[in-house]
Ligand binder design. Structure first.
Ligand code: SAH
Length: 211
């Protein structure tokens, strides 16, 4: 509502883009507007935009970064995100309140609003690397091409068709053991060049290049 008042500066009769969470998109005509109140007459009959067929396997970033990453992945329309414990992920990140369902949902929602979408990626957590990679990941990888982002690897391909699984490491990077495990699970290492990018830049650059 604040957004309608202060950013869109809507007037009576204006048409605003609206969407029902998890459902259709459409528009709302402003029928009443005063402080603290906005009334819209809503029509929602257009399906939301298609998903980007991508599963992101992401080493759990620090809470502030996580919040931004969740906004990005919702705006990009990813299907699933797995937040993963790796050797160089600080254990304390797992106790952040930002990992609570409400906080996660609020971040995803900002991304959806930004991108004009209604369906958020599903967010999963995996606090044990080895069992996740050995037991859970194979089922998630069926019919997906796996790519592991690592600065020192062959160049990342462009405009890839079909479903993808993209693994992005923590601030300190993947260990050799982790890269080996993920390679055995079917992830091919790919690079964006030798410059080390921040997690959210790496994710955006990878998606921009691949999709
Ligand atoms: N110091 C670490 C980099 C950590 S950056 C190292 O040298 O490995 C965090 C994550 O972002 C990396 O694990 C990788 O998945 C991704 N990333 C950052 N820069 C990248 C690049 N140039 N190419 C591919 N992936 C990159």
């Amino acid at each position: 509502m604040t957004h309608i008042h202060t950013v869109l500066r809507a007037q009576l009769g204006d048409r605003l883009v609206v969407g029902m969470r998890g459902g259709n998109m459409g528009h709302g005509v402003v029928t009443a507007l005063r402080e603290g109140v906005v009334e819209l007459e809503i029509t929602v009959e257009t399906p939301p935009p298609p998903r980007a067929p991508v599963l992101l396997v992401l080493a759990l970033p620090r809470p502030k970064v996580l919040r931004r990453v969740l906004q990005h992945v919702a705006a990009f329309g990813l299907e699933d995100v797995v937040l993963l414990q790796t050797w160089r992920v600080e254990k304390s990140f797992w106790s952040s309140p930002l990992l609570g369902a409400k906080e996660v949902d609020a971040a995803l929602r900002l991304g959806l609003e930004q991108a004009q979408d209604t369906r958020a990626p599903k967010v999963h957590t995996a606090r044990r690397f080895k069992p996740f990679v050995e037991d859970t990941l194979p089922g998630m990888l069926v019919d997906r091409r796996g790519l592991l982002a690592h600065p020192h690897a062959p160049p990342c391909p462009r405009n890839v068709s079909g479903a993808l699984a993209l693994a992005v490491g923590p601030e300190g990077g993947w260990t050799e053991y982790e890269r080996g495990m993920l390679r055995d699970a079917g992830f091919a290492p790919v690079s964006l060049g030798r410059r080390i990018l921040r997690t959210e830049s790496a994710i955006s650059a990878l998606l921009g290049r691949l999709l």
